[in-house]
Design a protein around this ligand. Structure first.
Ligand SMILES: [Fe+2]
Length: 158
């Protein structure tokens, strides 16, 4: 671990950073999956869902950056190559031949829920280690992605 402006003990910083790297792997994987859905979607809902998926991807790219930089701020290394993300992500692979609009909605809703479960676990670990700032970062992401998940689930209710 490198020196950090954080007053937390090294062991706490190490544990929190491990969680951040797990969430980074999930987030990078999810970002690529959202883009696959954005590119390949077909059907009556194309006009609304194609740009909606892009807003998810843009927001997630920013969150991934913040998560990686928090790990480095705590004195750790951020691991974020495509190969590393593929190996460590807890998300299932995306069925890339999917075309139908509502099928993409269902697949992304499921994956966002997996991503959220990981965020909540890592947030609890950060809370246990007394890192309010990392907890805040996770809460912002959880709040936003619960909203994205709601958009998708609401679309499936039709
Ligand atoms: Fe695009």
């Amino acid at each position: 671990m490198y020196k950090s402006p954080s007053p937390l003990p090294e062991k706490a910083r190490q544990e929190i950073a491990a969680g951040l790297n797990e969430r980074l792997a999930d987030g990078l994987d999810l970002h690529s999956q959202i883009k696959v859905a954005h590119w390949n979607i077909k059907g009556q809902q194309f006009a609304s869902l194609h740009p909606l998926f892009e807003t998810f991807a843009v927001s997630l790219a920013n969150h991934n950056d913040a998560v990686a930089e928090r790990a480095v701020t705590l004195g750790a290394q951020a691991y974020g190559t495509a190969r590393h993300a593929a190996k460590h992500s807890r998300l299932p692979e995306y069925p890339q031949d999917t075309a139908r609009d509502m099928e993409h909605v269902k697949l992304l809703a499921e994956r966002i829920e997996v991503y959220l479960a990981g965020l909540r676990e890592s947030r609890s670990a950060a809370e246990k280690n007394g890192d309010t700032d990392t907890v805040d970062l996770y809460t912002q992401i959880v709040t936003e992605f619960e909203k994205h998940g709601w958009f998708l689930r609401a679309s499936l209710e039709g």
